[in-house]
Write a protein that binds this ligand. Structure first.
Ligand SMILES: [Zn+2]
Length: 305
């Protein structure tokens, strides 16, 4: 009897040891091959799932980027066009008919000709950024030949401003000899400007707007240009206000501001002509006052596209 009890106790002890060791084999910390196979399998499935999701996400991103890249940039980046863009054809028609009304809504287009200059354009961009307003730059092709100018043009576009053409040479004696338009010379010049723009900003960039050197209304025989622009879905935009930084005697920044203010008086649509070329340091100094004046008088800042 005693012997039998001893045998049973031994048996229970043995089974317990076996259960404990089996248990610890599967669930304990000691390494066992079945457990590690199972763990590996689970982690491989997890990795594969993660990898697949990553690939889908990457593919989506590439597709979005490609779509963005293939989308043309017309004058200004899309966000800016949507937020601040204004139909230049409408504005041009208004200016040509001397009608500056806008149903009570005041809008101003700050426009700069002749740039970019490495001396003044960056400072102008800084001031526009500080005030969070956008402007329209009519670029002269030959200004882009100067070292560093291309980078400034890119910055201008990236910061949401609108970019238009102002011919390549700006040479009025070849564009309008004796005051009359030479359409061949003008279109050749314009095409040269377009080429330089594409070289710097890429093939997807083009602009629909042009400012004729000296203003379109100041030259004769302009009909062939109007026809050419119409056929190419382009528009020439002049101005109805100015700071006179390229006219008469050299003015200091206060005089430039006063000139802009006087020529804007009573107008709901203001297209202000300024210059950001070389030697226009006083224009830079007057810009704070000019922007504050339009802000204080309830104008919204728009860009021509
Ligand atoms: Zn000019």
């Amino acid at each position: 009897m005693r012997k039998k009890k001893k045998k049973t106790t031994l048996m229970i002890a043995f089974i317990s040891v076996a259960i404990v060791s089996l248990f610890s084999m599967f669930f304990g910390n000691t390494q066992n091959p079945l457990k590690s196979i199972l763990q590996k399998k689970v982690s491989t499935i997890k990795e594969e799932k993660f990898e697949k999701e990553k690939q889908i996400e990457e593919k989506k991103q590439i597709e979005e980027e490609q779509e963005e890249k293939s989308e043309p940039i017309v004058g200004a980046i899309k966000d800016s066009s949507t937020k601040y863009g204004y139909d230049s054809r409408k504005i041009s028609e208004k200016l040509n008919s001397y009608d500056y009304s806008n149903n009570g809504e005041k809008i101003v287009f700050l426009t700069f000709n002749d740039g970019p200059s490495t001396t003044n354009t960056p400072a102008i961009l800084d001031i526009l950024n500080k005030h969070q307003v956008k402007a329209t730059f009519f670029i002269q092709g030959k200004s882009l030949e100067i070292d560093g100018a291309g980078k400034i043009l890119k910055r201008t576009l990236d910061e949401g401003h609108s970019i238009g053409y102002h011919t390549y040479s700006h040479d009025t004696s070849s564009l309008y000899p004796d005051g009359n338009l030479d359409i061949k010379s003008f279109t050749y010049d314009l095409k040269s400007t377009e080429k330089v723009f594409k070289k710097i900003l890429g093939d997807k960039f083009f602009s629909n707007i042009l400012r004729c050197p000296g203003g379109s209304i100041n030259w004769n025989n302009m009909d062939p240009l109007k026809k050419y622009l119409n056929e190419n879905n382009m528009i020439s935009v002049d101005w109805n206000s100015l700071n006179a930084d390229d006219q008469g005697k050299r003015k200091n920044n206060e005089e430039l501001f006063q000139y802009a203010k006087q020529t804007s008086a009573g107008k709901e649509i203001v297209v202000l002509l300024m210059h950001d070329g070389y030697g226009k340091e006083e224009t830079v100094k007057s810009l704070d006052k000019i922007i504050n004046y339009y802000k204080d008088n309830g104008y919204k800042f728009k860009i021509l596209i």
